[in-house]
Design a protein around this ligand. Structure first.
Ligand SMILES: Cc1ncc(COP(=O)(O)O)c(C=O)c1O
Length: 450
């Protein structure tokens, strides 16, 4: 077999010149392709590239069992009677380098509490990233505000800051940039626009523990940051969340709101429940799990980063595979997922779903990212409801529908492929298998298409 290395640029040029069909045995990876890579694809009955296991998640720390058993025996299971939630808040705040941290029941309740504490109310408009978990949309609808989507930049997987200003109206009160997959948004640009238009910035950092922007931790860059500790997360506790901020008055309001509106700190004690709130409290057991999981968070983050850097380098050499690009100013991703774009034009126009199934069949678990949720039925269901029709004029909702066209986000949804964070905790040989499997699919794209 002739093995010839081709740079990505050469391969793309060859492809566009219509010559790629003759290159099927060429290697695009810097390491030599063994005979296994040339074998039949697993989806077509051939052997898998990877037939071993992958790291599992979450990883239980037995050392935490003693603390949890002791807490259970005391009967002090809720934050009102125990010390562990406060202890966790202190530790997590220190880890991020921020003055205050409030633990909450979930990332969703952290977001709702923050928006309410900044005074976001029914009838307001909130600018958000469309490429996110549905919770970011849900919290805005729960407040009866209107989510206004800022189109995504397919290269960064993040909202495109140049698209923000044209969507601001006299009802806009806040912006919720989402550091999706742990990729930090260009916060200097977002903050500058927010300052100019007097908007609050609530970072959805629910996937961005220890991600960094200009060396500072994601979640500490806007007016407030929200985190999730749900079971799948890089810092898991089954469920859980946190709000962080350096704004003491805001954090006092958050504390009060998350505790049924009871007074806290600077909140005037005018009555038993001086402000409107609900029960969004974290339990003691969640805090103990989180503190035990925090023992591994930095080490895990370093392993993910090293493996991601390896994939960044190797995957971009395969035609049609485009790893995420860090936004300007972003210095470190948290890799809740490792994302890349699959350009089907380079793979004989094989649909992404078939590529994903072929990769899974090779023993490489991967997913296809988020769909175009800005077109999801829940959106129309909500904005055509009785309440929304009372809160927003017919002409505003008409304009909103007309503007809910997001070509960048549509492109991103159609091209994104992801590896879950625990895959990135694998060994170098696991990463090599990922590269081999994608290369094998590329080299066998004619057979896959047939
Ligand atoms: C981007 C994003 N925002 C918000 C949330 C909501 O967090 P939770 O599930 O803890 O309520 C999640 C959780 O998956 C998320 O990924």
């Amino acid at each position: 077999m002739t093995t010839r290395k081709l740079t990505r640029r050469q391969a793309i040029t060859a492809a566009s010149a219509g010559a790629l069909g003759t290159l099927v045995n060429w290697s695009f990876t810097p390491f030599s392709i063994g005979s296994k890579d040339q074998e039949k694809l697993a989806i077509l009955g051939g052997p898998k590239v990877h037939d071993g296991t992958w790291p599992e998640w979450p990883v239980w720390d037995e050392a935490a069992e003693k603390n949890i058993a002791e807490m259970l025996r005391t009967g002090r299971w809720w934050r009102g009677s125990g010390e562990h939630v406060v202890e966790f808040e202190k530790k997590y705040g220190e880890l991020l380098g921020v003055k205050r941290c409030l633990a909450t029941a979930s990332g969703t309740t952290a977001l709702i509490t923050s928006l309410k504490a900044f005074g976001v109310d029914a009838g307001d408009e909130v600018l958000i990233s469309p490429y996110t978990f549905i919770a970011t949309y849900n919290v805005i609808f729960m407040i009866k505000a209107l989510p206004v989507f800022i189109d995504s930049d397919p290269e960064t997987f993040l909202l495109d800051p140049s698209k923000i200003e044209s969507r601001i109206t006299d009802r806009t009160t806040a912006i919720v940039p989402v550091h999706i997959y742990g990729l930090p948004v260009d916060m200097d640009r977002v903050n500058a626009i927010a300052r100019k238009h007097n908007l609050k910035v609530v970072e959805d950092a629910c996937q961005a523990w220890l991600a960094e922007y200009r060396g500072k931790k994601a979640g500490t860059l806007g007016d407030a940051g929200c985190f999730s500790f749900q079971n799948s997360k890089n810092l898991p506790a089954g469920e859980g969340g946190a709000i962080v901020s350096n704004n003491e008055t805001f954090m006092d309001r958050c504390h009060s709101i998350h505790n049924c509106g009871r007074p806290y700190g600077s909140i005037a004690r005018t009555s038993s429940y001086p402000i409107s709130g609900s029960n969004f409290r974290m339990q003691q057991i969640q805090s103990l799990i989180l503190m035990s999981q925090m023992n591994r968070i930095q080490k895990d983050a370093d392993i993910r980063l090293a493996n991601a850097q390896y994939l960044d380098k190797k995957l971009r050499e395969i035609p049609g595979i485009v790893p995420y690009k860090l936004a300007d100013g972003a210095t470190r991703s948290a890799y809740h997922l490792y994302p890349f774009r699959y350009l089907k034009e380079e793979f004989n126009n094989i649909p992404k779903e078939r590529f994903v199934r072929a990769l899974n069949a090779e023993g490489i678990p991967c997913g296809s990212g988020y769909g175009p949720q800005n077109k999801d039925g829940l959106i129309e269901d909500t904005i055509s409801s009785k309440g929304y029709k009372r809160l927003f004029s017919e002409s505003r909702l008409k304009q909103w529908r007309e503007e809910n066209v997001l070509p960048g986000n549509d492109k991103l949804c159609s091209e994104a492929v992801t590896f879950y964070q625990s895959i990135l905790l694998g060994s170098r040989s696991h990463m090599e298998d990922i590269v081999k499997a994608i290369t094998k699919i590329y080299e066998n794209r004619d057979a896959l298409k047939a």
